[in-house]
Write a protein that binds this ligand. Structure first.
Ligand code: BGP
Length: 467
């Protein structure tokens, strides 16, 4: 008998900027990514999402493929500037219509939508007006946008999440500078992150005030960190990494407060986060209903007296990146016994079971959705067929790891592999493929089912028994 609960949902995920295209279609405003990706040297070979895989114009064909795959749920994000070209104020009805049609099409095929409100494409107008996440004004603007979405789609959509992976858009936007707004300013980053938590809390509050019939959650990176040795220095470094990468991002949305020791460290070193009157109560009073976990890899951690900075492998040439280090705090190091992808990500399914266990231990038995998980690879085409056996192996092992977590008592309610279709990888172009569906960029973006498509179809049909 299947270890997956009867109403466990099988799905897949995407995000607006990575699939939609139509960057200026039908009144859409520009996002921060529409500009950033056109700056020289920011993305792999200058790739961008202007056209992406044209899901904006082909969503009916894509939903038909989702239905054929047997998907029971689909996680996608809404492009904020498609609905509100200036970030607030005037509504673009054509943008509303697109998502409304997409939702109807999904429901017609019995596919439950899961909406992500913010998957990194900020209206550029708000970046220019007040510095985007750096300003407290963003909290009102986000709430206005969230309310608009609840009002227009809340009658048909039950599963919502406010943010995707705050550590990435804040960490890379404000600390490493690899995402917009391209800053390396931890002080601004920590305060911007605080505004994200406030915006989340306000949007959760509005969701409840408007009595939307559903659940609202927050999606985080799930990255288990393990010390490279048993030495007290490495263990301490690992605790710090776990604190910064995990507790800093999860505590405010699941406990309504920051981890105390780290909060004191940040306020001493940078004088932030600054709390205005009411912030504490807002965070405390608006805990999310579920947590979404995006799992790709674990990291090994060592104490660090020398390394500062890092280099990202965006080419898929093994070993071309350099692991992240914060001098005096910790560094990420390669596991000598580890198996790595071509982008130098460790493949470690056991880490998913372990990390879910750690979440349950710290936050209790909260509802969990695995909102992303997948293998980025260059899939070979052999005699016209897209062969992606390594992806099948990766997903099978991770589904088993979820099964193990469920057997240990975790309340995991659904699985959304990344991604439904090959799409734009933010910094790695179209060469880093994740999908069940291949897109032929040399043939009018024609869709083609991969080997993994038939495999996942059987997984869903057997409710996870036929792996
Ligand atoms: C997550 C993002 C996704 C997706 C995925 C794969 O961090 O939420 O949007 O891009 O990672 O990452 P990448 O495309 O860098 O391989």
């Amino acid at each position: 008998m299947s270890v997956f609960p009867k109403d466990f949902l099988w799905g897949a995920a995407t995000a607006s900027y990575q699939v939609e295209g139509g960057f200026d279609a039908d009144g859409k405003g520009l996002s921060n990514w529409d500009l950033f990706s056109h700056l020289p040297g920011t993305t792999y070979q200058g790739t961008n999402g202007d056209v992406a895989v044209d899901h904006y114009h082909r969503f009916r064909e894509d939903v038909a493929l989702m239905a054929e795959l047997g998907m029971q749920t689909y996680r996608f994000s809404i492009s904020w500037p498609r609905l509100l070209p200036q970030g607030r104020g005037e509504v673009n009805e054509a943008g509303i219509q697109f998502y409304s049609d997409l939702i109807d099409e999904l429901l017609r095929h019995n596919i439950k939508p899961m909406i992500t409100l913010y998957h990194w494409d900020l209206p550029q107008a708000l970046q220019e007006e007040f510095g985007g996440w750096e300003s407290r004004e963003i909290v009102d603007a986000f709430d206005e946008y969230a309310r608009l979405c609840y009002q227009r789609f809340g009658d048909r959509v039950e599963l919502w999440s406010t943010f995707n992976e705050t550590i990435v858009f804040i960490g890379m936007g404000y600390i490493t500078g690899a995402h917009p707004p391209k800053l390396t300013d931890p002080k601004k980053g920590i305060q911007a992150c605080h505004h994200v938590f406030l915006a989340n809390a306000r949007a959760v509050k509005s969701f409840r005030e408007m009595k939307i019939n559903g659940q609202i959650g927050f999606v985080n990176v799930l990255q288990p960190n393990d010390p490279i040795s048993d030495s007290p220095e490495d263990r301490r470094a690992c605790e710090l990494a776990e604190g910064i990468f995990t507790h800093w991002l999860y505590d405010p949305v699941l406990k309504g407060e920051y981890p105390a020791e780290l909060l004191a460290m940040a306020q001493q070193a940078f004088g932030v986060p600054y709390f205005a009157p009411g912030d504490e109560a807002l965070l405390k009073g608006n805990i999310v209903d579920f947590i979404g976990l995006n799992y790709y890899k674990r990291e090994m951690v060592a104490h660090n007296d020398d390394v500062e900075g890092y280099a990202i492998n965006t080419s898929g040439q093994k070993g071309s990146g350099r692991e992240l280090g914060f001098k005096g705090l910790f560094k990420l190091v390669r596991n000598p016994n580890g198996v790595y992808t071509d982008w130098d990500w460790e493949v470690y399914p056991q880490g998913l079971t372990d990390a879910i266990g750690r979440i349950v231990k710290r936050y209790g038995n909260i509802p969990i959705y695995i909102t992303e998980n997948g293998l980025g690879a260059k899939d070979p085409i052999v005699e016209g067929e897209v062969h992606d056996q390594p992806r099948i192996d990766y997903l099978r092992d991770h589904i088993q790891a979820i099964g193990a977590a469920i057997e240990q008592g975790a309340d995991v309610r659904g699985y959304y592999p990344w991604s439904f279709i090959d799409l734009l990888s933010w910094l790695n172009g179209y060469q880093k493929q994740y999908g069940f569906v291949y897109v032929d960029h040399d043939n009018n973006l024609a869709r083609k089912k991969k080997q993994s498509f038939g495999w996942y179809q059987r997984v869903i049909a057997s409710h996870g028994e036929q792996l």
